[in-house]
Each structure stands twice: as structure tokens, then as C-alpha cells.
Design a protein around this ligand. Structure first.
Ligand SMILES: [Ca+2]
Ligand SMILES: [Ca+2]
Ligand SMILES: [Ca+2]
Length: 468
């Protein structure tokens, strides 16, 4: 968009000088307006486009549409008029005096300077406040507080190790050589393994500067690897069991997200990458080599999930238009739907219990939504203060023996380093709500004392809390 604005503007500047050469008063007046639009475009559209991301996504689009529509309406009639009149003038061989040319060019320069000033004034006092108000953190997120159900759950520190960074995955399984399953507490800087009795077993630090890291197993050999899914607009990595990068993927226009899954059923994981801007969607093999690429814009988040219960995985991703897009293993679009809230940073969750199928979870407009992959609303939960800028992750959790599973959702506001935990009962009533003054990017349900009751584990920065 910025590039096209430059081309558009250069074309207009060329025409302006051409028009001044032939000194037609009407054309000059029109070009003053066009010039204003060029400057306005740079001062508003250009700047916004440069800094734009998902949170202010609607602003650049509206401004570009308006500015470009008005600009071109003015541009094309004047373009025609300019050349016709210019040619006639040329035929009559009117010759401008050098002094008058100098004055004309000075006037143009003066107008440019004034309009740049107006453009920046418009940005400073009109556009910037709109962006700020959208991005401004609500006051109530400044204080850690239990807002609902302070006597419903007991909160304890489950594990703490500041070396781990922000905890981004809490997983149970067979991840390390040696007997017995582990609990993997994965952070942005390293991973801590606990044994079956939740005692610390080992610590591995990552040698890469990672974002959101999750445990995976590329070959199914029960020795885990790690997928650094990035943090939006940053490179992503496959990390080996010892914490070193096997490969890193990225470059321009920037990776938004990556996920893994065995899409071709050969027992080895493949990787799907979603790019910012016009980078589209790519499939990588286990070595990080591109297998195919499909076009799309701003692929905010990607997942691999069996959407149609046929036993093989499909690719599900969001995009700039807010569409749930489902693709087959070759990247061909199977279905596309546009839910009413803007569909961007979703996660996968099972609901209403852990045996249920997977759905897409999203927090938007103070509501936590569960969608199927055709974009239909399966469930929605009132989530006060969750706004539109959070990333939601949720789990069904068996908190009480005599009750069906509760539904616990952590909404992370990574820009503000704040989070909110919501817990709903079977009928969707909010029974617990807590504000955290840090990023909480993971949640899990774990049976701690081998009973049929589970605790909620919430990963914060260098620590995990347990709720029971
Ligand atoms: Ca492995
Ligand atoms: Ca495979
Ligand atoms: Ca399938």
C-alpha cells in the first residue's frame, strides 16, 4: 500500500508540474486538492499502514478506501483535461517566462509544506487519539484482583522458576527418555520437567530467543521437541530436545504463526506457517523446507485439526478479512466462513468435556466464543472486561466429583502484560473471575492427587498457579 501510494503520488507530482507549465487556473486548483490528498494519504494512510496490525485493523482500510476513491475521482478527469488543454496550449505556442515559472514552483512548494503540516496535524490530533483509545488499557486491569467467586477456588503456587520466562505450555505425556510420564512446564526461555509426583526432574534452557513455545514430538519417538510459534511478526523455530534450534523460519513479510501436525499421515510432523501481509500460507516439511505456498493476507493464526472426522488433518486459519478458512493438505480451500466477531487470534479447545470434538475459541467484544469450523457459534460466554484485544485459551476441567466439567478460559493481553481467568459452570454462568497483572499464556487441567478431581493450572511469568 505504501509503495502504491508513492507511485500514485509521483504520477500526480509529475502531472502537477506539467499543469503549471501550461498555467491553467482550473487545473491548478484541482491539483491543489489532489496534492492535499497525496499529503493526507502519506500523513494518515501511509503512517497507519506502516504501524498497523490486528488491533487497529479497521482504520487503515477505511481511510485508504475514502482517500483513494476521492483521489482517483479527481485524478482521472484532471489527467484527461490536463493533456487536452496542455496540447492545445502547446499548439498555440504560449511560452512562459522564467520568472513566472519560478513563482509557480515556489507556490507549489509552499502548498506542499503547508499540506504536510496539515497532514501531520490531522494525524496527531485526529488519527492518533483514535488509535490510542482503542489500544488504551482499562484502569481496572492495573490491580490484581478476584472479581467473582473468591471463595469458589483455592489458589496456590504450583511451581516457580524465573529462568523459564513466560509459561506458554503445560503438557502431560512421555517427553523424556527413562521410565514414567512427565509434566512439561514450557516457557519462552526453557522447559522444566516434573515427574509423576510433581517433583522437579530436569531443566533445559533454549539457546534461541523464542516466543510462544509448545511441546511436540516430530518423529513420535517419545523424546520431545519444541515448536517456537513466535509472537506475531517474528521468526519461528523448531527446537531440539536439548534446546537448540534445528531450523528457523521467517523473513519478510513476517511470520504471524506456525503449527505442526502429521498432515500426510507418514508418522512425521509437517508445519504450516501463516504470514503477515501478503505472505499467505505455507507448508514446510520436518526440515523446514517449503512444500507449497497459497496466497492469503494477514494469516493471524494457524492450526491443524480434523474438522470433518475423516481421520486426517485439515488446516484452519484466520486472515485479514476475519474469515475461518479450512484448507486441505495441498492448501486448497475447502470452506471459508466469516463469523460476526472479527476472527483473528483463536485457539483450539474441546468442549463441553475433554472427550468432545475440538472447536475454535476466540475472545472478542466482551464475549468468549466457541465456533465450529464452518463459522457457526457453538457456545458463547459473557466475559466482562475481556474486550477485543486478548488471546483466549480454554479447557474443560473436572473441579468437583458431583458436577459436570467446568469451562476455564485464560485471556491474555500480551501488549499490556495483563490476563483474566474466567471459570464457567455447566450452564455457562461465570463462577470465577480473576485479573492478573502479567501475561498468562497457558492453561491446563491436571489431576494432582490421582483422584477423579482436577485442578486448573495457569502459567504466568516464571511460575504456575494451581486452582482447586
Ligand atoms: Ca522426537
Ligand atoms: Ca507427515
Ligand atoms: Ca479431516
Amino acid at each position: 500500500m505504501v509503495l502504491s501510494a508513492i507511485v500514485y503520488s509521483l504520477a500526480n507530482i509529475g502531472n502537477i508540474f506539467y499543469s503549471f507549465k501550461y498555467r491553467n487556473q482550473t487545473i491548478k486548483t484541482i491539483y491543489k486538492i489532489v496534492f492535499f490528498l497525496i499529503v493526507f494519504q502519506f500523513a494518515t494512510g501511509g503512517i497507519i499502514d506502516t504501524i498497523s496490525h490486528q488491533e487497529i485493523r479497521n482504520i487503515p482500510l477505511i481511510f485508504h478506501i475514502v482517500i483513494w476513491c476521492v483521489g482517483f475521482l479527481l485524478f482521472f478527469p484532471t489527467f484527461r483535461a490536463n493533456f487536452i488543454l496542455g496540447y492545445k496550449n502547446h499548439l498555440t505556442k504560449q511560452v512562459m517566462k522564467k520568472k513566472k515559472i519560478f513563482i509557480s514552483y515556489s507556490v507549489v512548494l509552499g502548498i506542499v509544506i503547508i499540506l504536510i503540516g496539515i497532514g501531520f496535524f490531522a494525524y496527531r490530533y485526529f488519527i492518533s487519539p483514535i488509535i490510542s483509545s482503542r489500544m488504551k488499557m482499562p484502569e481496572e486491569l492495573n490491580t490484581p484482583k478476584v472479581l467473582v467467586g473468591s471463595d469458589f477456588l483455592l489458589k496456590e503456587l504450583f511451581v516457580q522458576d524465573v529462568r523459564l520466562g513466560t509459561i506458554t505450555d503445560i503438557a502431560l505425556g512421555e517427553f523424556e527418555p527413562g521410565p514414567g510420564p512427565e509434566v512439561g512446564i514450557v516457557g519462552s526461555k526453557g522447559v522444566l520437567f516434573l515427574d509423576e509426583n510433581f517433583n522437579v526432574k530436569s531443566l533445559t534452557m533454549f539457546s534461541v530467543n523464542a516466543g510462544h513455545v509448545e511441546i511436540i514430538d516430530v518423529e513420535g519417538d517419545r523424546i520431545c521437541e519444541y515448536l517456537d510459534r513466535g509472537g506475531g511478526w517474528q521468526d519461528v523455530s523448531l527446537i531440539d530436545h536439548k534446546g537448540n534450534a534445528i531450523w528457523t523460519y521467517g523473513g519478510m513479510p513476517g511470520v504471524d504463526n506456525i503449527c505442526s501436525g502429521d498432515i500426510d499421515g507418514d508418522g512425521l510432523l509437517e508445519f504450516v506457517v501463516g504470514f503477515n501481509g501478503g505472505g499467505g500460507v505455507q507448508l514446510l516439511d520436518r526440515n523446514g523446507k517449503e512444500k507449497w505456498k497459497q496466497p492469503d493476507r494477514n494469516v493471524w493464526h494457524v492450526e491443524l485439526v480434523d474438522t470433518n472426522d475423516d481421520g486426517s488433518l485439515e488446516i484452519v486459519h484466520s486472515n485479514a478479512a476475519g474469515q475461518i478458512t479450512v484448507r486441505d493438505r495441498e492448501g486448497n480451500i475447502i470452506s471459508q466462513a466469516k463469523p460476526s466477531p472479527y476472527f483473528s487470534h483463536f485457539s483450539l479447545c474441546r468442549w463441553p468435556n475433554k472427550k468432545s470434538r475440538e472447536y475454535a475459541l476466540l475472545s472478542e467484544n466482551d464475549i468468549i466464543w466457541i465456533f465450529d469450523f464452518d463459522g457457526k457459534v457453538v457456545a458463547q460466554f459473557n466475559a466482562p472486561k475481556c474486550g477485543t484485544l486478548g488471546h483466549a485459551r480454554g479447557i474443560p476441567v473436572k473441579l468437583k466429583t458431583d458436577q459436570p466439567e467446568y469451562f476455564a478460559v485464560i485471556v491474555e493481553f500480551s501488549n499490556w502484560k495483563r490476563s483474566i481467568l474466567y471459570v464457567y459452570n455447566e450452564s455457562g454462568t461465570l463462577v470465577y473471575q480473576e485479573i492478573f497483572t502479567e501475561s498468562c499464556a497457558s492453561i491446563a487441567a491436571v489431576s494432582i492427587d490421582k483422584s477423579n478431581v482436577e485442578s486448573i493450572l495457569v502459567g504466568g511469568v516464571g511460575k504456575v498457579w494451581q486452582y482447586k
